[in-house]
Design a protein around this ligand. Structure first.
Ligand code: ADP
Length: 610
């Protein structure tokens, strides 16, 4: 939590500023006002006493002269007159008025408590100055009771001679009390004004600091990524404009960020759904981004932080060169793991360039080339197989033709045998080419099925009929079992005939004399048509079963070729069954027999299976 420092807030600063200004202003006014008032009060006080003293000098003159010149009763009258004059006419509040003769003796005093002074000499400097004829004598004194007093002495002149003096001592206490009162009123007024100003200051400064606080809160919210709130706009002053500008800036920022966010999401979803693996690295070659595909291709869960060379198991050279700006394409193999087979990747390493910073990292795109490589391998094998298959009969034909040419023609029985061989080799080549054409049509999807309603029992009987001669020659018994009530099925009759021909011909070829071939058809549990061709032949070793449907794959090449086989029969059968949307399976045991099962969807008329 932030420490509370009240004088750091703008509100407090503003209040203190206003208070200081007011304090200075009021102080200046106060000093000027009070000093002016004080001097005018003192002036009027002084001139008042002066006027009274002046009047007294005039009035007291004849009485003094009378007292000094006369004796007896008249002098007493004069003395009484003087004391009446000072006590009744000039009894200024708290002031003592003395009338002195020319020698400075007190003739009378207005103060009852000072009656003992009468007859005594007033030795004050002012009195002696007055008796010397100086009329302006005044001073301020502070007496033993700490009271400020004004003292005035004036000469009394009668008949051009100084006959005495008037001496007045007036207390200034009341006047100073008045000044003090005014001072106090002034101070309390000032304190009241300051208090009210402070309260008003808090309220008014709030109108400035409130929007600033709101702006500060909003700025913190924006910094934390919250763009939902807006600063309230109070009025159209500078702060209002600042608030509006801030709100606009928040809108722009939020827009820019959401565009950014969208772009990021797009890139993330593109990366996540790419069929190729992608790794992005920093300038040191450490992975910073990896998509799901890259993880699964490399079989690594935690890729971030590893170097590309570690992930891909390649030397550091190529990465280093990519980070210097070169592009690379490499083929790498991921060895087979547990139950997964080995994979082959084509890795393209491309540097990431930034306009201002040069190469800042690299992108590695991993393309799974396993399938492509397999296809390429299969294509190579296929071409080699075809060439080999064609070369064998062609060589035979060539050598027999040469033998005929070399004189065998003149030996008719021999020539006839040779021509027979040439014919049978040619027929084998024709069969081979026909089979290849067939397969190529399936490959290019140019062999549309011509479906019709087919009676399965009928086609099975027909197959057995077609092979009756071969069956009889090898003394093989053939049986057909078709489940009763088997419905007619929507099939390509020629296609299924060819499948069954291939299967039955294989069964006969690879079954020793006296064996048995069984054909059966039924609807299985899934409601699909299941056709099986089973023999009691030589069987197929386990290791070959997996590859038996591959083109040109034969267990015993010489034997198959000797029997006129092309090695394409099962492949063609599989293509036809696949085109029908079915499956074909082969089970076999060496020396016991082989069973090929074809499962077809029991489609009814009109509904074409995908
Ligand atoms: P082929 O023309 O050589 O018969 P296929 O594709 O029909 O070619 O069969 C491939 C191979 O599978 C044959 O060469 C043979 O070795 C084996 N084969 C096929 N059917 C049987 C079977 N019923 N009994 C034993 N081996 C068979």
């Amino acid at each position: 939590m932030k420490p509370f420092r009240p004088f750091r807030t703008i509100q407090m600063k503003l209040i203190v500023m206003v208070l200081l200004l007011i304090l200075i202003a009021v102080q200046l006014i106060g000093v000027y006002f009070i000093s002016t008032m004080k001097s005018s009060l003192i002036n009027s006080f002084t001139s008042n006493i002066n006027a009274q003293a002046q009047l007294l000098t005039v009035l007291a003159g004849p009485a003094i002269v009378k007292q000094q010149t006369d004796s007896g009763g008249r002098s007493e009258d004069a003395s009484t007159e003087l004391s009446q004059l000072v006590s009744s006419l000039f009894s200024i509040n708290g002031a003592e008025t003395q009338v002195l003769d020319a020698s400075g003796r007190v003739l009378t005093t207005s103060m009852q408590s000072h009656q003992s002074y009468v007859g005594r000499k007033n030795t004050s400097l002012l009195v002696s100055r007055a008796l010397q004829g100086i009329s302006d004598n005044s001073e301020e004194i502070i007496d033993e009771d700490n009271v400020r007093k004004k003292v005035i002495a004036k000469p009394v002149i009668s008949g051009g001679k100084i006959v005495g003096a008037v001496y007045i001592v007036a207390s200034m206490k009341e006047m100073y009390e008045t000044i003090d009162r005014v001072n106090r009123i002034f101070v309390s007024g000032m304190l009241l004004a300051l208090g009210l100003t402070a309260i008003l200051g808090i309220l008014l400064a709030g109108t400035i600091t409130q929007p600033i606080k709101a702006l500060t809160r909003q700025a913190s919210a924006v910094a934390e990524g919250n763009f939902d709130e807006r600063v309230p706009v109070f009025g159209n002053d500078e702060l209002g404009q600042l608030s509006m500008a801030f709100n606009e800036m928040t809108d722009r920022l939020s827009e820019a960020l959401s565009v950014n966010e969208e772009e990021k999401e797009k890139i993330a979803s593109i990366l996540a759904n790419m069929s190729d693996g992608v790794l992005a690295t920093d300038e040191l070659g450490r992975v910073i981004v990896a998509n799901r595909r890259a993880r699964s291709m490399l079989g690594l869960e935690q890729i971030e932080g590893m170097t590309v060379s570690e992930c891909l198991n390649i030397d550091k050279e190529s990465i280093a060169e990519t980070l210097q700006g070169k592009e690379f394409t490499l083929l790498i193999e991921r060895p087979a793991k547990d139950d997964e087979e080995s994979l082959l990747f084509r890795v393209t390493l491309t540097p990431i360039r930034r306009r201002d910073k040069g190469v800042v990292g690299a992108i590695a795109v991993l393309h799974d080339a396993t399938e492509a490589e397999k296809l390429e391998q299969a294509r190579r094998e296929f071409v080699a197989n075809v060439s080999h298959e064609l070369r064998t009969p062609l060589t035979t034909i060539k050598s027999y033709a040469e033998a005929l040419d070399d004189g065998a023609l003149s030996d008719p029985p021999l020539a006839e045998r040779f021509v027979g061989v040439i014919r049978s080799e040619t027929e084998r080549m024709i069969r081979l080419v026909t089979d290849l054409l067939h397969l190529s049509r399936f490959d290019s999807k140019q062999a549309p099925l011509r479906r019709q309603m087919v009676d399965v029992e009928e086609i099975m009987e027909d197959v057995v009929d077609r092979f009756s001669l071969q069956l009889r020659q090898k003394a093989i018994t053939a049986g057909v079992q078709v489940e009763s009530n088997l419905p007619q099925v929507w099939l390509d009759r020629d296609g299924i005939d060819q499948v069954l021909d291939n299967l039955v011909s294989n069964a006969i070829k690879y079954t020793l004399d006296g064996g048995r071939v069984n054909l059966s058809a039924r609807l299985n549990e899934g409601g699909q048509l299941e056709i099986a061709v089973q023999d009691t032949g030589i069987g197929i070793p386990k290791k070959d079963i997996e590859r038996i449907f591959e083109r040109f794959y034969r267990v015993d090449k010489a034997r198959s070729r000797g029997m006129g086989g092309t090695g394409l029969g099962l492949s063609i059968a599989r293509e036809i069954i696949r085109a029908h949307g079915g499956t074909i399976q082969l089970e076999s045991e060496v020396g016991i027999g082989t069973k090929v099962t074809v499962t077809l969807p029991a489609t009814q008329e009109g509904s074409e299976h995908a």
